[in-house]
Design a binder for this molecule. Sequence first.
Ligand code: AMP
Length: 160
Amino acid sequence: MADAQGGYQRIMLAVDLTEESKRVAERAVALARAYQAELHIVHVIEPLSLAYGGDIPMDLSSVQEQIHDQAKSHLAEFAASVNVPAEHQYLIFGRPESEIQRAAEAKGADVIVVGSHGRHGLALLLGSTANGVLHGATCDVLAVRVGEEPPAEDAESDSG
Ligand code: AMP
């Protein structure tokens, strides 16, 4: 929970480890500095069996292991770049939305920071991780806008 002055004490930054994560992390780092809060980082690996159901008739465990090892080193590298120590890095298997919420609760975070694409059309109907995290979160959620499309004028001038 936020402290008596309304400040944050513990921030849970959720990263998908894409290029955009840097922008999301910048906000989380700034927030941590402003409130002198602890910064924690979580990355969730979606199990292949969840993504593909039981559709692939082969043993995926060695592929899954490779994905895990790679994610582990990417997460460590990313966390080091924003000075987050190993004991505040979490690599979890499962569905991102629910595991991010669970990690935030387990660690007593008072705010979750995620990236948000500001989608429209069909993608909006399908939802996003940011939406999923917001629904049912027991603490504040900061959705940092990422991957914005260029303004319409620019798109037009390109074609003419
Ligand atoms: P999305 O719009 O669903 O691609 O997700 C946008 C944001 O959700 C990312 O910037 C992250 O903050 C968070 N996110 C998505 N996938 C993951 C993941 N596997 N682990 C941790 N955070 C994630």
